[in-house]
Structures are given as structure tokens and as C-alpha cells.
Design a protein around this ligand. Structure first.
Ligand SMILES: CC(=O)SCCNC(=O)CCNC(=O)[C@H](O)C(C)(C)COP(=O)(O)OP(=O)(O)OC[C@H]1O[C@@H](n2cnc3c(N)ncnc32)[C@H](O)[C@@H]1OP(=O)(O)O
Ligand SMILES: O=C([O-])CC(=O)C(=O)O
Length: 377
């Protein structure tokens, strides 16, 4: 019987649920949120509009957006013990500090225990504002500076850069961060979102699911790719060394980071927006070499593109962060800021028609055997 069971390792190609949130066509390289093309959203919407769209299902009108934006801004507060926790863990990786702080929020804020759709929306809005605050406070504290208080006059993206650096960002820098968040906001049953849905499947609360999602995002095969791409760019050093680097990786059968995706066989549609950003920012800042190294890697990887191995969203994002002077270990936390609405809405969707997610593993261990007392072993 066991020989006839088909195992889908990694759940590759398996539909586990229906979802009305986003659609990915991996063959054509297309992505839409709630029926809107990612290209239209990346060029015409703000992150706040995209959050509203994902959570409520439609684009907001002016009044709806104003109310939603006011709720996000009102939520820019952290209980004092969170700063103590950040101070106590300041030497840790920012992703560990973030996960620990979100977990502590679950204990510190009694509302976080509530379930039901209204509670998930209220807690989701609060966490969307608190996550960038935690990351920025940690960055300041570990560098011996006081946390920068949120500025209620700034957008989500501009306020994030303000809290991180204590300087008002230029409009271009704020917009680039805004677009980055939009591009990362939602992506179907990716590993961290799936993990969050598994948590909600047990009727746990949203904070618990976000802790699960943060743990899952952190790995290099998922959210950690941008950091690894930047390390790769430094290792390559100059564009003329890219081909040899790729050849050596392929020979060792190791992944070239920033390439490949479980769903896309065509180029990830989000990559082009990041590519344009890297090229423009690099030229403006007199540092075009990073873009040139990346493009040399793309050139060297071209023979493999026909096998569906193309750049993914995180191939270009690390260089943008580097050009902004953001430390490499903040790249995954930045992904988390963007992915918040996707996690929240998928948790809401899971809760609406909840079911325990519990697949099977096919046993291939020893046959039944007799227990041997320890004195006879
Ligand atoms: C935001 C995100 O999470 S996007 C992904 C970010 N991650 C990365 O950039 C890390 C590098 N990429 C990878 O490790 C992989 O592409 C993953 C984990 C993202 C997807 O992996 P899978 O879905 O398992 O890829 P899949 O098994 O279909 O790969 C097909 C073939 O391409 C190869 N391959 C996949 N990605 C890469 C890569 N980046 N470099 C070289 N070869 C690769 C596989 O080894 C496999 O080869 P084989 O058939 O000879 O064994
Ligand atoms: O969808 C995935 O497998 C990975 C992911 O989160 C993304 O590409 O944004």
C-alpha cells in the first residue's frame, strides 16, 4: 500500500485552499492583488492603499483611506517593557529581536488574545505600525542612540526611514521604500504565510501567527535571500568576476541566491521595479558598480533561464537597502514590514472558514519490535 501513495515533498504544486487575495501566474510571470496588477499598484498606489485593498478587498475612497491611515498612525506606540526587551536582546539578530518583541506584545497587550475578524483587523493594524517601530528602535538602541519617536505627519514608509535614521527622508527615498513594501505585501501560500495559516488553523490568535510567520520568513531560502545577494555581490567584487562565480556555484550544485522560485518559471514580475530602482539610485549616488555586478550575474545565469531559473523579487532589493546605508541584517526585517498585510489578510481568510491543517507523513521507520528493558540493551 505504501508504494502506491504519492508523496508531494514540500507540497510542491498542491492547492490546499481557495484564496481571493492574490493571483500568481508563474508561467507568464504575472501577479495581482485582489484583481489589480502589481505593476499598476507599484506605480500608482501607496502602501497604505494596498494594505486597505488587501485587508478589506477593495481600494479605499478618500474618506476610507483617511480613516485607515489615522488608525495606522494612532497605533504607532509601543508599551515601555518592549524597549527593555529590545535593550536586553540588543546584540541579537534583528529578526530574533523582532520576533521576541512581537511575542512579548502578545503578553503585554490583552487585546492580542482576541480572535474573530474585528479583533484580527484591529490587532493587524496595530502590529503593522509596531513592527517597523521595533526594528527602528532596535537599530538605534544597538548603536547607542535613543529610539526616534514616530512622526504622525509622515506616511508609513517615510516614518519608517525617519525612525530608523532620525533624518527626514527625501521624497524619492520614501517612495522607493513605499514601492518595496507594496511589492513584498502579499504572495499567496508562500512558506511564512502558509505557516501563519497553520497557526490560525488551530484557532490561535493573530500575534501567535505573526510570530510563526516571522520565524519562517527568516531563512535564506525565503526572506533571507536579499541579505545573501548582497553578500554575494561583495564576494564577486567586480562585474568581470561574475561569470566565474556563477560557473563555480553551478559546478558545486549550489543555489545562486536571488534566482529561482517555487512558483515563477518566467521572471518574477516584481523584479523589474526593483531593478529600475537600483539602476536609478546607483547612478544618482555615484555607485553604479553594484547594478553592473548584478547585471553581470544575470548575464552569466542566462543559459539557465530556459529552465525557469530567473531573478526573484529579492535579487535587487538588497542593493537598494545598501545604497541607503541600511545594515544587511535588517533586510529580512524590512521584508517583514512589507509582508504584514499579506499575513494578516490570509489569517483573516483562514479564520473565516477555519479548518485544522494537518497533512500526513508516510511512515518509513522500523517494523514493529519488542521493547527491550534498559538492563538488557
Ligand atoms: C521572497 C522569496 O522567498 S523568493 C526566494 C528567495 N530565495 C532565494 O533566492 C534562494 C535561492 N533559490 C532557491 O534556493 C530556490 O530557487 C527556492 C528555494 C527559492 C525554490 O526552490 P524549488 O522550488 O525547490 O526549486 P526547484 O526544485 O523547482 O528547482 C529546480 C532546479 O533548479 C535548481 N535551482 C533552483 N534554484 C536555484 C538557484 N537559485 N541557483 C541554482 N540552481 C537553482 C534546483 O537545484 C533544481 O535543479 P535540479 O532539478 O537539477 O535538482
Ligand atoms: O512565494 C514564495 O514562495 C516566496 C515569497 O514569499 C515571495 O516570492 O514573495
Amino acid at each position: 500500500m505504501t508504494d502506491t501513495v504519492k508523496i508531494n515533498r514540500g507540497l510542491k504544486g498542491i492547492y490546499f485552499e481557495r484564496s481571493g487575495v492574490s493571483h500568481i501566474d508563474g508561467t507568464k510571470g504575472e501577479l495581482s492583488y485582489r484583481g489589480y496588477s502589481i505593476h499598476d499598484l507599484a506605480t500608482q498606489a501607496t502602501f497604505e492603499e494596498v494594505c486597505f485593498l488587501l485587508i478589506h478587498g477593495d481600494l479605499p475612497n478618500t474618506d476610507e483611506l483617511a480613516t485607515f491611515d489615522a488608525a495606522l498612525k494612532a497605533a504607532r506606540t509601543l508599551p515601555e517593557p518592549i524597549f527593555e526587551i529590545i535593550r536586553a536582546t540588543a546584540d541579537g539578530h534583528p529578526m530574533n529581536v523582532l520576533r521576541t518583541a512581537v511575542s512579548a506584545l502578545a503578553a503585554l497587550e490583552p487585546d492580542s488574545r482576541n480572535t474573530g475578524e474585528d479583533a484580527f483587523i484591529a490587532n493587524g493594524i496595530r502590529l503593522t505600525s509596531q513592527v517597523p517601530m521595533i526594528i527602528a528602535a532596535h537599530e538605534n538602541i544597538r548603536n547607542g542612540r535613543a529610539p526616534v519617536p514616530a512622526d504622525p505627519t509622515l506616511s508609513h514608509a517615510a516614518n519608517w526611514l525617519w525612525m530608523l535614521k532620525g533624518e527626514k527622508p527625501s521624497d524619492d527615498a520614501a517612495r522607493l521604500a513605499d514601492v518595496d513594501f507594496i511589492l513584498h505585501a502579499e504572495h499567496g501560500a508562500n512558506a511564512s504565510t502558509f505557516a501563519a495559516r497553520v497557526t490560525i488553523g488551530t484557532e490561535a490568535n493573530l500575534h501567535g501567527a505573526i510570530v510563526t510567520a516571522l520565524s519562517t520568513l527568516a531563512g535564506p531560502a525565503h526572506g533571507g535571500a536579499a541579505e545573501d545577494v548582497m553578500k554575494m555581490v561583495h564576494e564577486i567584487g567586480t562585474p568581470d568576476k561574475a561569470a566565474d562565480y556563477v560557473k563555480a556555484k553551478r559546478k558545486a550544485r549550489e543555489a545562486v541566491t536571488g534566482f529561482g522560485h517555487r512558483v515563477y518559471r518566467a521572471e518574477d514580475p516584481r523584479a523589474r521595479h526593483m531593478r529600475d530602482g537600483v539602476q536609478k539610485l546607483g547612478e544618482e549616488m555615484g555607485a553604479p558598480e553594484w547594478y553592473e555586478i548584478l547585471q553581470a550575474v544575470v548575464e552569466a545565469m542566462k543559459p539557465y533561464a530556459r529552465h525557469g531559473l530567473n531573478v526573484n523579487v529579492d535579487f535587487y532589493s538588497g542593493v537598494i537597502y545598501q545604497l541607503h546605508g541600511i545594515p544587511m541584517d535588517l533586510y529580512v526585517p524590512i521584508f517583514a514590514i512589507g509582508r504584514m498585510p499579506g499575513w494578516i489578510v490570509q489569517c483573516i481568510e483562514q479564520q473565516r472558514s477555519n479548518i485544522l491543517i494537518r497533512p500526513l507523513t508516510l511512515y518509513n521507520g522500523p517494523e514493529m519490535r519488542s521493547f527491550v528493558p534498559i538492563s538488557d540493551r
